[in-house]
Design a protein around this ligand. Structure first.
Ligand code: PMP
Length: 389
């Protein structure tokens, strides 16, 4: 029977099970909020959400989506290069360019697609990409798909990158790619040093701000803004799916860059354009990022307090500088047990294990959002004392 051809899959899955690496889908009940979700019959405080500013349920965004659907329906029907791109898409792209203080921006179906699209347009056979060891999977896949030579440098290691740049003669173009805020460790890339190296070695620099857009910088543009390095970064990737509470990714930069992506980025024009209502949500979210600065301020104050309290209690939080706070546990099985004990006490904190992190570096990943108040954080700290010892 034909399904026997796939019998190997069950064997592989059993092997994942034995190694504590088997993942299973779950269903969240109710809305996505940091202060509470329904989870397998229980109400849990949710520390496993990237809705950092608490915008995923914001009434302005929901209203903008409803109006867009009433006016234009739901589906976009085609690639943006055919008939899929509507007025709201164009307005969002203009607004994103303005927000990012760049000449132009382009909306992708997801941040994943934005990274793959941008990287494959910037480097190809005969070129070389320098990529941080802890970069997101979408960057890794973009590098692989590009056909360029890939040199992976140790996490945040400026000297190692310099040596690699120095040793990489004979290539046509060079591209340095990095997350600005690393999604599992919550630390920043040394962007000022990378920008200097890019300058010195005539390399392009692409920075993925997925977890920092809306959260860092005076205007909420991200870590590049915070560290004052925007002029040294040639290509910026962001996403609407985290602090902006929606879905979709974007690339911002010079007009020729964006024109090049329109012509060459396969994940852009071989996918149907996102519904215009998504663009309406993005526009409403950008208004909130500009108007409600207290959301990011409060989030960052509470993140600093959580980090300080965990460090004081002797937990290993690595170099987190942000609203993403890992507790490094080590073994996958111990990590998943700690996550289960936290759920028993009313807290959803995801356990992260290989392949998302290297073997032996499994961790609990706490993401704070605007909806976590001081009292909930105190209760979480008490629960961690019980669950992680
Ligand atoms: N870049 C980074 C650093 C990410 O963490 C993620 C999402 N986990 C992405 C890109 C992809 O973004 P999206 O969820 O919008 O596809």
């Amino acid at each position: 029977m034909s399904h026997d051809r796939l019998a190997w899959i069950s064997e592989e899955l059993a092997d994942y099970e034995r190694r504590d690496l088997r993942r299973r889908l779950a269903v969240r009940g109710g809305a996505q909020r940091g202060d509470g979700i329904q989870w397998q019959g229980a109400r849990l405080a949710n520390f496993g959400s990237n809705d950092y500013l608490g915008l995923a349920t914001h009434p302005d965004i929901c209203q903008a989506v409803r109006q867009a659907v009433e006016r234009g329906g739901w589906g976009s029907g085609a690639s943006p290069l055919i008939t899929g791109r509507g007025e709201l898409h164009a307005r969002l792209e203009e607004r994103l360019a303005e927000f990012e203080a760049c000449e132009a921006a382009l909306l992708f179906p997801s941040g994943f697609a934005a990274n793959v699209g941008a990287i494959t347009c910037l480097a190809g056979p005969g070129d070389v990409i320098f990529s941080d060891q802890k970069n997101h999977a979408s960057i890794i896949d973009g590098c692989r798909l590009s056909g360029a030579a890939v040199r992976v440098f140790p996490h945040g290691d400026v000297d190692a990158l310099r040596t690699m740049l120095c040793d990489a003669g004979g290539f046509r173009r060079r591209l340095i790619v990095t997350d600005s805020l690393f999604s599992m460790d919550g630390d920043f890339a040394p962007l000022a040093d990378f920008a200097e190296l890019a300058d010195e070695y005539s390399a392009m620099l692409l920075v993925d701000e997925a977890h920092a857009t809306g959260v860092f910088g005076e205007r909420g543009r991200g870590v590049c803004e915070l560290l004052g390095v925007e002029s040294g970064v040639h290509v910026r990737v962001g996403t609407l799916s985290k602090a902006l509470g929606s879905i979709g990714g974007f690339v911002s930069g010079s007009r020729p860059l964006i024109e090049w992506l329109v012509n060459r980025a396969r994940p852009y024009f071989f996918s149907t354009a996102p519904p215009e209502a998504i663009a309406a949500a993005g526009l409403a979210a950008l208004d909130l990022v500009s108007d409600e600065v207290q959301r990011r301020e409060r989030l960052l104050e509470r993140s600093a307090r959580l980090r300080a309290e965990l460090a004081e209690r002797g937990f290993r939080i690595g170099n987190s500088q942000s609203q993403i706070v890992p507790i490094i546990v080590g073994e996958a099985a111990r990590t998943m047990e700690a996550a289960a004990r936290l759920r028993e006490q009313g807290f959803f904190v995801p356990g992260i294990r290989p392949p998302s992190v290297p073997s032996g570096e499994s961790l609990l990943r706490i993401s704070l959002t605007y909806h976590h108040d001081d009292e909930t954080i105190d209760r979480l700290l008490a629960a961690i004392e019980v669950a992680v010892r």
